[in-house]
Write a protein that binds this ligand. Sequence first.
Ligand SMILES: Nc1nc2c(ncn2[C@@H]2O[C@H](COP(=O)(O)OP(=O)(O)OP(=O)(O)O)[C@@H](O)[C@H]2O)c(=O)[nH]1
Ligand SMILES: [Mg+2]
Length: 348
Amino acid sequence: MFSFFKKKTPTAAPVATVAGAPEAAITTAAPVEAPVAERKSWLDKLRTGLRKTGSGIAQVFTGTQIDDALYENLESALLMADAGVKATEYLLVDLKRRVKEARVTDPSAVKALLVDTVTDLLLPLQRPLTVGLHTPTVIMVVGVNGAGKTTTVGKLTRHLAESGQKVLLAAADTFRAAAKEQLAVWAGRNGVEIVSQEGGDPSSVTFDAVTAGKARGCDVVIADTAGRLPTQLHLMEELRKVKRVIAKAQAGAPHEVLLVVDGNTGQNALAQVKAFDDTLQLTGLIVTKLDGTAKGGVLAAIALWARERGAGVNGVTGPVPVYFIGVGEQLEDLETFDAREFATALLG
Ligand SMILES: Nc1nc2c(ncn2[C@@H]2O[C@H](COP(=O)(O)OP(=O)(O)OP(=O)(O)O)[C@@H](O)[C@H]2O)c(=O)[nH]1
Ligand SMILES: [Mg+2]
């Protein structure tokens, strides 16, 4: 179902190196692709999820002429979809250029060109998450309260576990009493181990988990942290400490610092991305709750920001990718991000 990781099969030929790692470090098989039928049903789900965002934009192309009014309506629709002023402007300039070049005369042809425009903007966000370069690959999951972190960790764990990866979860949300239990339920469902502590703090739980992950030969350790606002500076500092402590337990880790953002938060999602990135140097994003949102355009705003952010961190060059998107609460409602699929679904 996922194509994000490199499965360990000693007989398989190595694939292209990722993140500049030595080729020998990757014992890999070809990426596991979702069967066509499965991907199609996922696409339908994405399309349905983004209908609220897309209907306003699609409406723009129902007329008979390509005129100023069409572009003005498109501008309003993109702003309504929370693409933000900058990305909206960027998309309009790029679209007008394409329209001129292609010499189209029909609004529906403009819509097709807009799909290309949006796809090209989103394309740098499309990159698979790689595990298998380190043992264990350590992933730290962060975000504001209720963004969908724990659910996403659960979904991710399932797909990793199903693909033969040995996963260990770290219950680093020591803030809420119920958080540990919530993660334990996901661990139980997926048949993976969990490290938690009575009364421990996030750093010590995570340190224990990474140490245990190394000792037990785990492929992936995922730390689920407590939700927090970027304005809660002491809590942001706590995350920085968790990150430092992970590096003490395993040099070079964490390999991924993933921000989970709720797609419904629109432009505020962009503010979150910037703030968490400032504190933690993010390596990837996961955008959840794209089902039923009218604010799916925020991906365009994030893409423009990611592009401006430029060369990255942890030896990974290029913009911060969106590894996955979530369109529901079920286990299977998490998929790899595909720019063209998203643009197509967004524009109806
Ligand atoms: N519709 C929808 N709901 C989701 C999605 N992902 C998560 N949720 C729901 O969002 C709510 C919060 O999810 P959690 O995973 O507990 O969020 P969290 O970020 O761990 O929350 P805290 O740990 O309290 O900060 C739950 O009701 C989830 O079922 C999604 O993609 N779509
Ligand atoms: Mg949680």
